[in-house]
Design a protein around this ligand. Sequence first.
Ligand code: C2E
Ligand code: CA
Ligand code: CA
Ligand code: CA
Length: 277
Amino acid sequence: AKEDGRNTYKFYTEDMTQKVFERIALESKLRQSIKDENFMLYFQPQINGKDNRIMGIETLIRWEDGHKNFISPATFIPVAEETGLIIPLGQWILRSGMQQIVKWHADGLYPGRLAINISMLQLQKHDFISILEMLLEETGCQPQWLEIEVTESQIMKNPEQMILILQKINKLGISLSIDDFGTGYSSLSYLKRFPIDTLKIDQSFVKDLSDNEEDKAITKAVIALAESLNLRVIAEGVETEEQKSFLVSNGCINIQGYLYAKPMPADEMEKMLRGSL
Ligand code: C2E
Ligand code: CA
Ligand code: CA
Ligand code: CA
């Protein structure tokens, strides 16, 4: 038994060492890739489920490590946050997203608002608002072409501070959306005080909509909540006709998910905007 215990311990430390090495390797690759601008923005349309028209677009970052390996943002965004690299990376995302939306408008296309995911660490930087203003000016992007997405759990970590920051963003004319809604325990009193436009129903509720009664109830409750607060509501991760029809018939018209389109590079998104995809 003692022997076993020691082996287990040894295995555990080797495993930890391995993890630490992987983390350090990932961090240095990430640092280099930010210098080299080795990232791409992908775009996923948000569709009106009643008439199938594009209402807006969410941008999602993609990282190809130089060896044809795609690393998921779910893996590297947390590392970027822990290391502070999210600040330069986040600024690159904002600038590139703004440049793209400006280009589409200049080409006479109607992409709707571009939703950009922002990490709370970025929002909390004292110069975030002045960077936003600088980028709007630099790119010629209209604030009403943008929506900023922040997750509910991040906002609720420090709601009083967030209200002040969100108010400043709102004053600039940029819309705000609460991402992954339903997972972060907002209180109604805070929701009323956040200057937000949109609630985004978390995809974990959408996933089992067809057979999970609890998820149906939560989804209906979020839609009712949005209605009563006069907010737009959108569902993400919609993959089936069945999920879509449940959502649309219960009042959630805005649909995002593989049912319509996966996130795609800018040129494909452009074809779709031109109605040729
Ligand atoms: P999120 O903001 O909640 O984005 C939704 C995720 O669901 C995206 O994964 C998207 O590709 C995926 N998705 C969309 N439709 C479907 C569907 O029908 N089914 C399924 N199963 N998945 C769907 P992705 O692109 O891997 O991004 C993962 C997370 O990484 C995002 O979650 C967001 O938290 C973060 N992220 C992505 N891009 C950015 C970014 O530019 N900035 C920041 N700060 N975070 C980002
Ligand atoms: Ca999002
Ligand atoms: Ca989400
Ligand atoms: Ca998420």
